[in-house]
Design a protein around this ligand. Structure first.
Ligand code: SF4
Ligand code: SF4
Length: 351
């Protein structure tokens, strides 16, 4: 006869969940000092859950919470197909933004898991969380033994590297907790060394404001010091994952809905600038990387065209500089024109 824990582990496998672990609903008070410091230092992105007590106390989410069930799904980190060769330079989206938004994919998995658990354990109380939920997902997952928190701030497992999305169910079930893993970064500092903006603090913490992933998603003008650093990546940044030894040889393809469509994840940059809102939604709307809308992507595409030294973009860039009503697009086009025509950029005063 299987225990409840074993039955839930089997259910997770049937649901195509790559990793599952269990931890107590004890608080995460040890994170309080660090979270306050990060906020006071201006290192946060603003996308975090804002109530600190709720971030640290699972029992505020579910009365009498006893166990948190942490899950991970591995997402594709290598494209199976290359985009067609055309006359246009292409940009890239980071891997986590390929395919359907993981908030939906994980949300469905957690709901199916929660319902399956009810069939196994009877009625119980739970709350599902993915990313924007209150708890710190990586802290939950590491305590539940899914992997360790690397110096890049991400959860890393031997089986899937850091190419995983995390979610959890806070429950009032009593289930034996798992132990944290016994491996880690050791002496390695590759992610810290290779981060192009020195955004990683070296202890697993990040200055989100310096991170290209945040900067490519932020609206308005991008600070000048990051514009060349994005190269031709118009959404996100994968560098601190690509250089991690734990990611060597990982090639996950478990979730067809998250597989990339190369025409979308490597979009032609110049045509991207001509898309109306409606055309953008029709083309990119279902892809995770479109959640901030077309404007930041079009702005980034302008930087990327300059970074790719694509002089064929100059007529379009002049048109934008003269006629676009969006001030950050005019600013981006002027910067790109300067770079393409003069081979360098003068640092312009921020408007
Ligand atoms: S995502 Fe890129 S910019 Fe951000 S910490 Fe990692 S390497 Fe640095
Ligand atoms: S690159 Fe090295 S230091 Fe960074 S997360 Fe991976 S193992 Fe840790």
């Amino acid at each position: 006869m299987k225990t409840i824990k074993e039955a839930i582990q089997t259910l997770a496998q049937e649901l195509n969940i790559q990793k599952i672990g269990f931890t107590t609903a004890d608080n995460f008070e040890y994170l309080r000092k660090s979270l306050i410091e990060q906020k006071e230092a201006g290192h946060t992105s603003g996308f975090e859950h804002q109530n600190l007590d709720e971030r640290l106390h699972p029992k505020l989410a579910v009365e009498n919470a006893k166990t948190i069930i942490s899950i991970a799904i591995a997402y594709p980190n290598k494209a199976l197909e290359k985009p067609e060769k055309t006359d246009y330079r292409r940009g890239q989206f980071s891997r986590g933004s390929w395919g359907e938004d993981y908030h939906y994919v994980l949300g469905r998995k957690l709901e199916a898991l929660a319902q399956g658990i009810e069939r196994i354990a009877g009625e119980y109380n739970y709350k599902a969380m993915v990313d924007t939920g209150a708890l710190v997902d990586v802290a939950v997952a590491s305590r539940a033994g899914l992997g360790f928190i690397g110096k890049n701030g991400l959860l890393i497992s031997k089986e899937y590297g850091s190419w995983m999305f995390l979610g959890e169910l806070v429950t009032d079930l009593e289930i034996e907790p798992d132990q944290p893993v016994d491996y880690g970064c050791g002496e390695c500092t590759r992610c810290v060394d290779f981060c192009p903006t020195t955004a990683l603090l070296g202890d697993g913490r990040l200055n989100a404001q310096k991170c290209l992933s945040f900067q490519t998603q932020a609206k308005g003008k991008m600070p000048v010091e990051y514009r060349e650093k994005i190269k031709t990546v118009i959404y996100g940044c994968d560098i601190c994952q690509m250089v991690c030894p734990y990611n060597k040889g990982i090639n996950s393809h478990f979730h067809p809905e998250m597989e990339p469509d190369a025409e979308l994840t490597n979009p032609e940059l110049l045509p991207l600038l001509d898309l109306s809102n409606k055309q953008f939604v029709n083309k990119f709307g279902t892809m995770a990387g479109s959640w901030r809308g077309k404007n930041p992507l079009q702005r980034n595409a302008v930087y990327a065209l300059a970074n790719a030294n694509d002089k064929s973009a100059l007529p379009k860039l002049h048109e934008i500089a003269e006629n676009d009503v969006r001030d950050y697009m005019v600013d981006a086009a002027e910067w790109a024109i300067d770079k393409l025509e003069n081979g360098k950029t003068r640092i312009r005063p921020r408007r």
